[in-house]
Design a protein around this ligand. Structure first.
Ligand SMILES: [Zn+2]
Length: 255
């Protein structure tokens, strides 16, 4: 039974991944993402349902447009696969539970914001507001109002902490160091993690971002690196491993 449901979650994930990519690509450009049909970037031919089956269409069409044979950007296919795997993994690990609701929210946020931050260096406010609401509602329903309010406090604390890091960064480097989107994102993350874990998350994110930033700087000669995806990858990691404060304190003590 678990296997059947895990497969269903994988298929659901690929469909959602396709939708999330469209949101991530269109929302920052203020394009409609529900009514407007997708089309080929090269020949502008409208895509039919058959061209939009997650992952499978890409495999059957061998990565080319059915009408003009131009190569299709494979970002969407990667995101569909990745979302499918993470959705399946979430169900497999957590079953139907509070954690599953949270995990699916985190993955959705990860995919949408990574697409928009990598493509445009933009983290759309609409997405942050939607997921803040989503997490606050789940917290209130499952953990009660007092707990939900505590997490809102945690969000404000992390927002403030990130804001201070930005001020420090701007002062040290004499240029804009962090985007406003990264700071607002910390409020959303605070709805799940307490401030202590939130700060651990910022450290982990910086630790992963540093070597990759050097690589981008070296390969592409650009010094603008989106930080949002690193925050979200660390967030996903911390949530899936269910690392808590006591584990980190024990680990620090053992060193
Ligand atoms: Zn085409």
């Amino acid at each position: 039974m678990t296997i059947t449901y895990t497969i269903i979650f994988f298929i659901l994930g690929t469909a959602f991944g396709s939708f999330f990519t469209v949101i991530g690509l269109r929302l920052p450009k203020k394009e409609d993402f529900i009514k407007t049909r997708s089309h080929c970037d090269k020949c502008k031919h409208e895509l039919s349902m058959l061209d939009m089956i997650p992952v499978l269409s890409y495999l059957f069409l061998k990565g080319r447009c059915r009408y003009c044979k131009a190569k299709i950007d494979n970002l969407s296919t990667y995101m569909e696969l990745f979302t499918g795997i993470l959705f399946a993994l979430s169900y497999y690990i957590f079953g139907i539970s509070y954690e599953l609701g949270i995990a699916l929210g985190i993955i959705s946020l990860l995919i949408i914001l990574s697409v928009s931050d990598i493509t445009y260096y933009i983290i759309p406010d609409e997405v942050l507001i939607f997921f803040s609401g989503y997490f606050i509602i789940i917290n209130t329903l499952w953990k009660g109002l007092p707990s939900a309010l505590l997490y809102i406090g945690s969000g404000i604390a992390l927002f403030t902490f990130m804001y201070m890091i930005m001020m420090l960064g701007n002062f040290l480097f004499k240029k804009e160091s962090l985007g406003g989107g990264d700071i607002k994102l910390m409020f959303v993350i605070g709805q799940i993690l307490n401030p202590f874990l939130g700060i651990v998350l910022i450290f982990i994110a910086s630790f992963i971002a540093l070597p990759i930033s050097f690589l981008i700087l070296w390969k592409k000669h650009q010094n603008l690196v989106p930080f949002g995806p690193f925050l979200l990858i660390s967030f996903t990691f911390l949530f899936f491993t269910q690392i808590n404060m006591n584990m980190i304190i024990d680990w620090i003590k053992s060193i």
